[in-house]
Structure formats: structure tokens, C-alpha cells
Design a binder for this molecule. Structure first.
Ligand SMILES: [Zn+2]
Length: 117
């Protein structure tokens, strides 16, 4: 039981570190995506300023999203087995499938089953 509490406490600490390091990069990613959406109609006939701005927002979104991925990969891990907690969900849409992503608030580790919250 005390090991469980230690694992939960350490995972919470790691999750907080991840959030503290990633939040500004997430904001930059959002700004880049919004900027790209606002300039979605840019083509070869657009002004150089609009074209440059669309490239700028594209680069901001790309660099910041890669940085977020790096921060999550480096910090958001199970204290017991070092796996990134994931969860899956059934996808319904044009096709039916199963997709696995990073669990934002996992109750237990998907790798070893350790209690994380
Ligand atoms: Zn684990």
C-alpha cells in the first residue's frame, strides 16, 4: 500500500512537471494552428506578407508541437515501469476502429498495472 502511495505521488509529480514544461509550448502550438487556419486561403497569388505570415505560423506550430511531444516523452512516464500511460477508445465515424493515445488522467499504468491516481 505504501508503495502504491509512493507511486501515485511520484506520478503526480511527473505529471505536474510535464504540464509546467509543456503549457507554454501548447499555447504556441495553438497560436500556430489558429494562425494557419486564419491564413488557410493563402496561395501563390497572395501578398508576400500573407504568404510569409502563413509560413511563420506553420513553423511555430511545427516546432512547438515537436517540443511538446519531446517533453511528454521525457517526463510523463510510469514511475514503476517507465512506460507512457495510454488508453484506448473505439472510433466511430467513416470507419470503426480502435485507437490508443496518451492517458491524461490514468487510474493505472497501461504497461504494468501500477496504480497512478
Ligand atoms: Zn507502469
Amino acid at each position: 500500500m505504501s508503495d502504491d502511495l509512493g507511486t501515485v505521488k511520484e506520478f503526480r509529480r511527473r505529471r505536474k512537471v510535464t504540464w509546467d514544461r509543456a503549457k507554454l509550448w501548447l499555447a504556441a502550438t495553438a497560436c500556430g494552428i489558429i494562425g494557419m487556419a486564419l491564413l488557410a486561403d493563402v496561395d501563390s497569388n497572395s501578398s508576400p506578407e500573407r504568404f510569409g505570415a502563413s509560413i511563420f505560423f506553420f513553423i511555430i506550430a511545427g516546432i512547438s508541437s515537436v517540443r511538446v511531444i519531446y517533453i511528454v516523452q521525457a517526463n510523463y512516464r510510469c514511475p514503476v515501469c517507465d512506460a507512457i500511460p495510454t488508453d484506448g477508445g473505439i472510433l466511430l465515424g467513416s470507419s470503426v476502429g480502435y485507437d490508443e493515445g496518451i492517458a491524461v488522467n490514468p487510474k493505472q499504468c497501461s504497461g504494468c498495472g501500477a496504480r497512478l491516481s
